[in-house]
Design a protein around this ligand. Structure first.
Ligand code: GLY
Length: 400
């Protein structure tokens, strides 16, 4: 009886109602479901330096596997807590957000050795500063931005995403499409006392990436390798996708989200146009339930794993994109695509509910490496709750 009641409650809290086979979205119920899952996780997460990263599909406990504060994903859990606090104003959630955010301070004491500093610090401290104005967060964020900027190569015009690949792969300088998201930290810092140079670096990085990371059809490659003497592109390759010429789903998501954000910060219409063309291609190739396979060109389709994380990143990016459309029909097109994606992510097929403590199932981290396949992954949850909050705000105020 208790189990039946729990299942019924979880279904109600999942925020989905079904009419025919189409799921419709109840944003508030979906956010309440996120709140419920966080409140299941928190009592088990006692040590703030152990940060939730994934729950693999064969993990019987349903509990988070944690990672160190130095892992590239460390900012997402505190970020989730900040978004939840923004929604429910619960002081216990705020305390937890503060606890996990403060645990990340030592990250800036290390010299930046990859682009991920933006993900780690902006998703956590950035949201914390936005919601609380805590000056300590601002200080740490400004240090993080300066540290990230040390990876900028003047001749190439981009941040060096993975310096370790110079020796490992013989790549003089590489930039990955994911790096677009880390520019938000630089744009923020430039507006908050960090100096105009940070804006210039972020803007130039986006311009060079726009030139080099896209193919003619506006699909992206994961990695571009550059020559540090001439500054020219050497080649387009993949690392986490299926092939050098394929469309890795999350990479396309980073491009859609990243160029939309760069338009917000620069008002360069070419950035918005790039984001839009990348989105149009992405949307035109989705399966019926709007959740992509991990790579649109993977060889075993349709028997390939999905990537709910890519769907969540894209939903959040499309909601912002919809705000920048001049034409109402275009605005509605991107908003309604985002709502359909969120409705699908909020349906029983993609929700963790009684399976584990995450929000979402069925993300794929690094398929060629055979890691985190068909798993719950923390960044899927982060962009899912961010998108729900964005949608809620758009519906209430017309802005994010
Ligand atoms: N490299 C970040 C990602 O897996 O998307």
């Amino acid at each position: 009886m208790y189990k039946l009641y729990s299942l019924l409650l979880l279904f109600i809290l999942s925020g989905v109602s079904c009419s025919g086979d189409k799921a419709t979205l109840d944003t508030d119920a979906s956010l309440k479901y996120c709140e419920q899952q966080v409140n299941r996780s928190l009592p088990l997460l006692k040590e703030s330096f152990k940060i939730p990263r994934n729950i693999l599909s064969d993990e019987s406990s349903g509990n988070w596997n944690c990672t160190s504060i130095y892992d590239w994903t460390s900012g997402f859990w505190p970020g989730i807590l900040w978004y939840l606090y923004e929604y429910d104003h619960d002081e216990n959630i705020k305390k937890a957000a503060e606890r996990f955010t403060a645990a990340l301070y030592p990250v800036v004491d290390r010299k930046a050795d990859n682009h991920d500093l933006g993900f780690m610090m902006y998703c956590s401290l950035g949201n914390g500063y936005r919601l609380t104005g805590n000056e300590e967060y601002k200080k740490v964020l400004l240090r993080a931005a300066d540290s990230l900027a040390t990876l900028y190569d003047l001749r190439v015009g981009t941040i060096h995403s993975w310096p370790g690949m110079r020796e490992k792969m013989g790549w003089p300088h590489n930039t990955i499409i994911d790096n677009m998201l880390n520019l938000e930290l630089l744009f923020w810092a430039a507006k908050n006392g960090g100096g105009e140079q940070l804006y210039k670096i972020a803007n130039r990085h986006a311009e060079v990436t726009m030139e080099n990371q896209f193919r003619n059809d506006f699909s992206t490659c994961h990695v571009v390798v550059y020559d540090t003497i001439t500054g020219n592109r050497i080649k387009q390759v993949t690392h986490q996708g299926y092939a050098d010429s394929s469309m890795w789903a999350r990479g396309q998501g980073w491009a859609i989200y990243g160029f939309t954000m760069c338009y917000r910060e620069t008002r360069n219409p070419a950035f918005l146009e790039t984001a839009r063309k990348a989105a149009d291609l992405y949307l035109s190739r989705l399966p019926e339930d709007m959740i992509p396979y991990w790579d649109f060109d993977a060889p075993g389709l349709p028997e390939e794993p999905r990537d709910a994380s890519a769907a969540a990143v894209v939903a959040s990016g499309l909601l912002e994109m919809s705000l920048y459309m001049q034409d109402e029909v275009d605005a509605e097109k991107y908003k309604s695509a985002a709502v359909k994606i969120l409705a699908s992510l909020s349906s029983p097929a993609y929700q963790s509910r009684e399976h584990n403590q995450a929000f979402l199932l069925h993300s794929t981290g690094h398929k060629p490496n055979n890691s985190e396949i068909d798993a719950s992954i923390i960044y899927a949850d982060y962009y899912y709750i961010e998108a729900l909050i964005r949608l809620d705000k758009i519906n209430k105020t017309g802005a994010i």
